[in-house]
Design a protein around this ligand. Structure first.
Ligand code: PMP
Ligand code: GLU
Length: 395
């Protein structure tokens, strides 16, 4: 900690996913053969039709600053996508395009939270939610779930966590890190609680919407009585393998969208012009064009679950979406492996990195200290080799 820095940044945790990715890169550069299963990043190339749209945008001399909240025709493509995929209706003033869904989320916490406002985070939750809330002055309040209930929050647990200070609830479905998908019925039960507390705003992170293995996608905003206070966050990083292109977006109440526009105008301005043009093409094409990636993720899920079941001590649920497994590894706590004491999920994840040369992320970063997150957005051969190494390091 450096006293010259702000308390704000000194008290902020480093993103565990990005830290592990950096460590993996560093080890690889040293010539160490590490298999990176830490980062949630599809390994497919960007679809050709999207690449062509970006090339065309360069040829067409797109180069200037863009409107802060995104090109008008991109907003229209997002509106059409929301109607086509989610049966949600928006007008352009309800849409804001940002530099990744990460910025969409950061904008939201910055414009909605005051000092001391509480934010409900059903745990496990995506790594950046808690620290983004804290930076904005909010107080994250985790709601525990369990692997037995597929890591989903129940209506009772939600209601018990609400206080007069509750301002927001943030969750992802499909969920990073658990892969759980809330059904319409489950979401309706949560909505039945939330309608009793009209001041609570819902941030529904749907960035894994298309990476769903069959259970169907529902957005909280589809419920008429929740539409007015739900903000849907989405983006192209996961479905179109465009993580480095940095495009995320929201659809939500106009008063919130306007505030995000204002915030973004002082922080980054409008996002990259070429990536925005390419996103229009990505969204205008039907989701069936990217189904081959989803099918591949599904096969990899089956493979990794089978291989994990073969290793003593891993307890897993069956993820219905995204590309992560989130096994409970508490069986290993209190044990000594090759002279190393394993007392926490961080110890365990570090052990796998050092002894198996396999990078994962500790569940502590996601609000669940019994688990680790394994990303299977990599080839089947890497998954097989990684699990072989893990098994050998634990046998
Ligand atoms: N939300 C969730 C649940 C995620 O896993 C990610 C991963 N990157 C993001 C938001 C942010 O995505 P991006 O900034 O790449 O659009
Ligand atoms: N969302 C991905 C993950 O959870 C990318 C890393 C990040 O943005 O934190 O691994």
């Amino acid at each position: 900690m450096d006293k010259r820095l702000s308390t704000r940044v000194n008290e902020m945790a480093t993103s565990a996913t990005l830290a592990m990715a950096a460590k993996t890169r560093e080890l690889k550069e040293q010539g160490i053969d590490v298999i990176g299963l830490s980062l949630g990043e599809p390994d497919f190339p960007v679809p050709d039709y999207v690449k062509q749209a970006a090339i065309q945008a360069i040829e067409d001399n797109y180069h200037s600053y863009t409107p802060v909240d995104g090109y008008g025709d991109l907003k229209n493509a997002i509106i059409t996508k929301f109607k086509r995929d989610n049966n949600l209706s928006y007008v352009p003033s309800q849409i804001v395009v940002s530099t990744g869904a990460k910025q969409s989320l950061a904008n939201l916490t910055m414009v909605l939270l005051n000092e001391g406002d509480e934010v409900l985070l059903p745990a496990p939750y995506w790594v950046s939610y808690a620290d983004q809330c804290k930076v904005a002055g909010g107080v994250p309040k985790e709601i525990a779930t369990s692997i037995e209930t597929d890591f989903k929050v129940t209506a009772e647990a939600l209601e018990a966590a609400i206080t007069p200070k509750t301002k927001l609830i943030i969750y992802s479905s499909p969920c990073n890190p658990s892969g759980s998908v809330y059904s319409r019925k489950e979401l309706r039960k949560l909505a039945d609680v939330l309608v009793k507390y009209p001041d609570i705003i819902v941030i529904s992170d749907e960035i894994y919407e298309h990476i769903n293995f069959g259970s169907g996608h529902t957005s909280m905003a589809e419920f008429d009585d929740m539409y007015e206070r739900t903000v849907v966050v989405n983006g192209v990083s996961k479905a179109f393998s465009m993580t480095g292109w940095r495009i995320g977006y929201i659809g939500g109440p106009e008063w919130i969208a306007r505030a995000c526009n204002k915030m973004q105008g002082q922080v980054t301005s409008g996002t990259n012009c070429i990536a925005q043009r390419a996103t229009i093409t990505a969204l205008e094409n039907p989701p069936s064009k990217i189904k081959f990636m989803v099918d591949a993720f599904k096969e990899r899920r089956t493979l990794i679950l089978k291989l994990l079941a073969d290793i003593n001590g891993f307890k897993t649920n069956v993820p219905e979406g995204a590309f992560y497994v989130f096994p409970d590894v508490s069986y290993f706590f209190g044990k000594t492996l090759r002279g190393k004491n394993i007392n926490t999920a961080s110890d365990f994840s570090l052990y796998l990195l050092e002894e198996a040369k396999v990078a994962t992320v500790t569940g502590e970063a996601f609000g669940d200290p019994n688990c680790i997150r394994i990303s299977y957005a990599t080839s089947e051969s890497e998954i097989k080799e990684a699990m072989k190494r893990v098994k050998a390091a634990l046998d």
